[in-house]
Design a protein around this ligand. Structure first.
Ligand SMILES: O=P(O)(O)OC[C@H]1O[C@H](OP(=O)(O)OP(=O)(O)O)[C@H](O)[C@@H]1O
Ligand code: HPA
Length: 180
């Protein structure tokens, strides 16, 4: 079993990199069809989404697609603080645009619903949500996800952009914590 130690915790591979590559390719294919002619603005929610956004955007062929970034943070160690801090905003005008929020993971749903709230006043034409991973059993907010790469169990994971106290974002595979 492939494992990795990060700080005080051990993790085991739970989703190989190729499986994630495949679901991202499927998401891109679907978006290329759905979003044709919309001049979409993708918003990558940093930090965790940097790798997903990069892998996805290389496969987006929609004409006039754009990407921008915002940085939010709510996790401390392995748990949500329940409070979403905005650390960096964006300057683009969203008015009358098709906006696609890019998330590495929707877990409790607190971050994504908070983001929707934050951009409500920008009067986008529509706001779609694309997430690489989704934990349905952890969700405590009512939110519609338009593109979901993979549904996963409610366990703490790292890799592919996701971190444990800043560690493990660079791992291409996804790892699940081994409970002590
Ligand atoms: O659905 P939720 O329970 O809100 O969890 C999802 C959010 O948690 C992570 O961000 P985090 O706050 O850890 O910041 P990071 O992206 O910088 O790691 C992840 O990137 C999502 O944005
Ligand atoms: O399982 C997770 N791992 C790392 N970061 C996260 N942010 C939400 N859920 C997770």
């Amino acid at each position: 079993m492939k494992t990795v130690k990060l700080l005080d915790r051990e993790f085991r591979v739970s989703i190989p990199s190729e499986d994630i590559d495949n679901v991202i390719a499927e998401m891109a294919e679907k978006m290329n069809k759905d979003l044709a002619g919309t001049n979409p603005l993708f918003i990558c929610i940093l930090n965790g989404s940097f790798m997903f956004a990069s892998d996805l955007m290389k496969q987006i062929t929609v004409e006039n697609a754009q990407i921008t970034f915002m940085r939010l943070s709510s996790y401390d160690g392995m748990g949500t603080t329940g409070k979403v801090k905005k650390l960096m905003g964006f300057t683009e005008d969203l008015k009358d645009r098709t906006v696609v929020l890019l998330e590495d993971i929707v877990d409790t749903g607190i971050t994504i619903t908070n983001t929707l709230e934050q951009i409500k006043d920008y009067e986008a034409k529509e706001v779609l949500i694309a997430t690489m991973l989704f934990k349905p059993d952890a969700l405590i907010r009512d939110v519609k996800l338009n593109y979901v790469g993979m549904e996963i169990p409610n366990d703490f994971i790292v890799g592919r952009g996701l971190d444990y106290d800043g560690m493990g974002r660079n791992l291409p595979d996804v790892y699940t914590v081994i409970e002590k």
